[in-house]
Design a protein around this ligand. Structure first.
Ligand code: EPU
Length: 321
């Protein structure tokens, strides 16, 4: 039995959450693409999650040697057709919770909480600061890790701290936002530091104004972006002072296709997978568009979407990120 199967067995024994071996990750991502994870663990609670390090040690695995992937709501990743040869973690419903802090405009949320749900919770209490998340199909944990943003707002604007589980040491600690190196779609957190919960400092505001902002953001999305399924939002980060969508569009690439993946006709920074697409098609399309935009405008676009597992680059040499 492989070391990862032994780990799965141990997790089944000691954890309350569900454990799967060889489970496809495709249904857990918005792209609906890609292969299986060697092990998929759905911790039922914070305590359950923290059993992970112990389970690894129990079966003689050095935690830092086990590849870990935090799936979140899978809205910003492409899992390779070959899958992920490691331990994938997807937070269970017990980690989806929202709690106001009595007498203060602070709110705490579990990592599995959907960001739009949190935005609506805050709006109902006339608290402003998270309206921009209303159309982001991700989780609070993923939002913190990526410093998710839209409409000139981002998570860093209101994040006070995040509770983080360190897979390698097994410790859970509260990290002030200032220690997370939050930048444009960036934080210092990797897959070995799993966000468990986050605290936000919101601002009391007129409820009608909050709702109006949310409605205008929703409308902007509906008018300018394809729906959340079979894509992962913006493919590239915007280069300084410009827009990746504008550049891809200006290069004449709307509708450009590789296999079953195509540049959206609605928004050129969204790459949409048809029913016949493979994850490799999306990867090839990203590389092709990157090359064409570089040739045309001299701009090196940097992917915002994460590629997980092995992909075959244009040079035919196998890479894994
Ligand atoms: N544009 C084009 N052609 C296109 C798409 C856009 O010319 O096909 C032009 C637009 O006309 C506009 C400019 O590019 O002048 C910017 O477009 P848009 O307002 O759609 O915003 P964006 O910069 O493409 C960013 C975020 C989105 C977020 C929107 C709204 C990034 C990489 N993307 O998109 O975030 O929803 O602003 O605030 O920062 C995401 O990160 O996944 C995401 C969807």
């Amino acid at each position: 039995m492989s070391a990862l199967s032994t780990l799965a067995r141990r997790l089944e024994e000691i954890a309350a959450g569900r454990v799967f071996t060889g489970r496809s990750l495709a249904p857990l991502t918005t792209y609906r693409l890609g292969g299986a994870a060697a092990v998929l663990f759905e911790p039922a609670s914070r305590d359950d999650l923290s059993l992970l390090t112990r389970a690894m040690r129990d079966v003689g695995l050095e935690p830092s040697h086990v590849p870990v992937l935090v799936v979140g709501r899978g809205s910003n990743m492409v899992v390779s057709d070959g899958g992920f040869d490691g331990l994938a973690v997807r937070m269970g419903q017990g980690l989806a919770w929202i709690e106001g802090v009595a007498g203060s405009p602070r709110v705490e949320a579990g990592a599995a909480t959907s960001m739009p749900l949190l935005a609506n919770w805050a709006a109902r209490r006339a608290l402003s600061g998270l309206e921009f998340t209303v159309g982001i199909p991700g989780s609070v944990g993923g939002g913190v890790r990526m410093n998710a943003g839209a409409h000139a707002g981002c998570i860093a604007d209101t994040l006070v701290s995040a509770e983080v589980y360190d897979v390698d040491s097994g410790a859970i600690s509260t990290r002030p936002a200032s220690s997370l190196q939050l930048g444009y779609r960036h934080s210092s957190l990797g897959d070995r530091e799993i966000v468990v919960a986050a605290t936000f400092e919101l601002t009391p505001d007129d409820q009608a104004a909050i709702k109006a902002r949310m409605e205008s953001y929703r409308r902007h999305r509906a008018d300018t972006q394809p729906g959340a399924l079979q894509n992962a939002g913006s493919t590239f980060k915007n280069p300084p002072g410009d827009s990746a969508g504008r550049l891809v569009d200006a290069a004449g690439l709307k509708g450009h296709r590789v296999g079953g993946a195509a540049v959206s006709e609605l928004h050129a920074n969204f790459f949409v997978a048809g029913d016949d697409a493979t994850a490799q098609d999306v990867f090839d399309l990203v590389q092709d568009v990157q090359r064409r935009v570089k040739e045309r405008f001299g701009v090196e676009l940097e992917p915002e979407v994460r590629f997980v597992g092995p992909f075959v680059p244009a040079t035919d040499e196998v890479t894994s990120r």
